[in-house]
Design a protein around this ligand. Structure first.
Ligand SMILES: *[C@@H]1O[C@H](CO)[C@@H](O)[C@H](O)[C@H]1NC(C)=O
Ligand SMILES: *[C@@H]1O[C@H](CO)[C@@H](O)[C@H](O)[C@H]1NC(C)=O
Ligand SMILES: *[C@@H]1O[C@H](CO)[C@@H](O)[C@H](O)[C@H]1NC(C)=O
Ligand SMILES: *[C@@H]1O[C@H](CO)[C@@H](O)[C@H](O)[C@H]1NC(C)=O
Length: 420
């Protein structure tokens, strides 16, 4: 009986050595989410007397002996609570390493060494950490620059600008910098040319798992007091499962939510009540235009912002709406080429003094405009020079090294030699 057992053990050992010699266990790749728990796999043939050791690069993290016995070096203190093996899994030949709250510094090449009477087995796990993109926002700064912003991303993502309709030679500057935890903030700026364009900012994650899109369009609209007005807003193509929000901002005021809509529940929450509304059957098709009922000139003049938010996608339309009072309307009716979208009514005021006032107003406005333009031109000249100055400087984009640092490879090579 003892003979048979010894023979069987010898045979197993031979088999073990043969398999080890024949097929080197390929490296396993694991991508863990930042600040979440992670499991690095390691399987072995259980024999009941193995010593399991986990290393990162060459440093021992943790060691476990199935039978108590000789306990090798204690793991470093700071790792002790964050890394552990599950006892019940060990007896099944599973020595997977549990790592809680992964950080950027945890990336690297790990090795799992199983030492038992059956022999030695070493397997490697390449561990990457990813902090996915959670949101992308856009805003227009005072000097007519459009900004695309995101934060807490790892590795540093790729940023790309485009316009609809497409325009070549978009010149953007992107700044990325890591915080103390190693997570990147992104700030990308682009000078705007025309407000008829839709500006699109795409941020892709390095590992290709995500592609976020944020777009912005500007518009201008003139309405009349007491006349219903539709402020247009269309969803980007193929947007499913979206939420829609309309906000209103009067000059220098805080923005307030007017209305929101959810395509899944098909519910509208309307804070302006009977003043505004959506076309219920149109909104599901992606037409989120806002109907403004019986607007007042002072009260409802301002910026209306429509935001479609969907899966990794956000589209904003900012419309500057001017509601003219009935008096303003009657004045402009007598002005040639005036009054963009406003409809003309039949009422006419033919009194001579009105014309006189109009002429005076036109003259004043024209003079003011000319002066303003001249000033703007001067200002632009000044701006241009500063912009050129900054563009001469190197881009502040920081190169990512999401791949393992050079010295890691050397360490692992040494480590490899040490155990084989
Ligand atoms: C090993 O155990 C871990 C939990 O510790 C589990 O997630 C994993 O699926 C197990 N692997 C195998 C091959 O059973
Ligand atoms: C593995 O076991 C061998 C003998 O079986 C021993 O010489 C070696 O030091 C052990 N290594 C580790 C890391 O426990
Ligand atoms: C971002 O990802 C999208 C979709 O996968 C792709 O079409 C686009 O070319 C990528 N852009 C960059 C800059 O990598
Ligand atoms: C939209 O939501 C529904 C219900 O949650 C889901 O079944 C569907 O896959 C989603 N579609 C997309 C494109 O995300």
């Amino acid at each position: 009986m003892r003979m048979v057992k010894a023979l069987a053990q010898a045979f197993l050992r031979l088999l073990w050595i043969l398999t080890l010699a024949k097929c080197k266990i390929p490296d396993t790749h694991v991508t863990c989410l930042f600040s979440e728990d992670c499991v690095l796999p390691c399987s072995f043939k259980p024999s009941g007397n193995e010593i399991i050791s986990w290393y990162r690069q060459k440093v021992l993290l943790l060691s476990h002996s199935q039978q108590g016995g000789d306990q090798p070096d204690q793991p470093p203190k700071d790792h002790r609570t964050r890394m552990y093996l599950l006892q019940d899994q060990l007896s099944r030949g599973n020595a997977s390493l549990h790592l809680s709250q992964c950080g950027i510094k945890d990336r690297g090449r790990y090795s799992c060494l199983v030492n038992s009477t059956l022999g030695q087995q070493e397997s490697f796990v390449i561990m990457k950490v990813e902090a996915p993109i959670k949101m992308v926002t856009m805003e227009i700064s005072k000097n007519r620059e459009i900004q695309c912003l995101s934060k807490d991303i790892f590795p540093a993502p790729r940023v790309q600008w485009s316009t609809l309709p497409p325009k070549a030679n978009l010149r953007s500057t992107t700044h990325m910098a890591p915080n103390t935890e190693g997570l990147y903030s992104v700030q990308s700026k682009l000078r705007m040319f025309e407000n008829t364009l839709t500006y699109v900012c795409t941020i892709n994650s390095t590992y290709g798992s995500q592609s976020w899109k944020s777009s912005l369009q500007e518009g201008e609209l003139i309405g009349e007091a007491g006349r219903d007005l539709s402020i247009p807003c269309m969803a980007p193509q193929n947007l499913q499962n979206f939420s829609l929000t309309w906000t209103f901002t009067r000059t220098n005021d805080e923005s307030n939510v007017i209305l929101s809509y959810d395509s899944l529940t098909r519910r509208t929450s309307n804070l302006w009540e009977s003043r505004v509304g959506l076309e219920q059957d149109q909104v599901l098709m992606g037409d989120g235009s806002l109907l403004l009922h019986n607007p007042e000139s002072q009260e409802h003049t301002g910026t209306y912002t429509c935001t479609f938010s969907g899966f990794q996608n956000r589209h904003m339309v900012q419309t500057q709406v001017t509601i003219r009072s009935t008096l303003q309307r009657s004045l402009t009716e007598n002005m040639p080429n005036a009054g963009g979208q406003a409809e003309r009514t039949g009422k006419s005021h033919s009194k001579m003094w009105v014309i006189a006032v109009v002429v005076a107003v036109v003259a004043a406005v024209t003079t003011a405009l000319l002066l303003y333009r001249k000033q703007r031109a001067n200002q632009r000249q000044a701006n241009r020079t500063t912009v050129e100055d900054t563009e001469m400087q190197p881009m502040e984009t920081i190169k990512t090294s999401d791949d393992l640092p050079m010295d890691n490879c050397q360490l692992t090579a040494e480590h490899n030699n040490g155990h084989t």
